[in-house]
Design a protein around this ligand. Sequence first.
Ligand SMILES: *Cc1c(COP(=O)(O)O)cnc(C)c1O
Length: 233
Amino acid sequence: MSNISDNVKHLREEIATAAAHAGRDPEEIKLMAVTKTQPAAAVNQAIAAGVTLLGENRAQELCARYEEYDKHPGMEIHFIGHLQTNKVKMILGKISLVQSVSSLRLAEEISKQSAAAGISTDLLLEINIGGEESKGGVPPEETEQLARQIALLPAVRLCGLMAIPPIWEENGVGERYFAGMQEIQVDIRGKKIDNVSMDILSMGMSDDFAAAIKHGSTMVRVGTAIFGYRHRK
Ligand SMILES: *Cc1c(COP(=O)(O)O)cnc(C)c1O
C-alpha cells in the first residue's frame, strides 16, 4: 500500500535533489499530480499533502469528479490528454491551461469557446520530440509556424511546450529528447513572437523527472509515483 502523503513528500525531496544537481532552484519546478483512473478521494489526499496542480487526461473523467475535488483558491487543473474539439466546451472553466495542443484547429476552437465564455485560456504545444508515428504532437520543425499562427488568436495565450518522449530502456539514452525540447524552447523564445511566452517546459514523469529537471523542465507530471500503479481500463 502506498501512502499518498508520504509519496508526495518523498517526491518533493527528490525534485529538490535533482534541482540541486542541476544547479537550479527547486521553486522553479512545479509538481503536477496526474489523476487518471484515480478516485476523487485519492486525488483529495494529494491535495491535502500540498499538491496545487492536477493533470487531467479525459474530459468525461474530469467532469465526473470535478465537484468532488477539494478545490481551493490557487489550485489549478491542466488538461493533458487528447482533446477532441467537441469536448472543449465542457472543460473550459474547469481547467486553466490545455497542455496537449498540436493543431491550429484545436487552438482555434479553444479560442472561440473561450471568447464566448469571456475568458482567455493558456496553452502549451505538445511536441512529438521522438518523431514517433504512433503519437500525436507537433513535429519539432513545425513548432515555430504553429506558434506564430496561435499567437494571432484572440482568446488563448501560448505559454510553453510539453512532451511525452519515447520510452527508453538504457539509462541516459532518453535524455537527448529532453535536451531537444530545451533547444526548441530556447529557439522559439529567441524569435520573440508577440503573445507567446516559453515559460513552461512540461516534461518528466514518475520514471524520468530527474533527467527532465536536468534539461530545464519547469513542470513534472507524476501519476504512479504519487498514487501507485493504475488499474488499466
Ligand atoms: C499518465 C501520464 C503522466 C504520468 O505518468 P506516470 O508514469 O504515471 O507518472 C504524465 N503525463 C501524461 C500526459 C500522462 O498521460
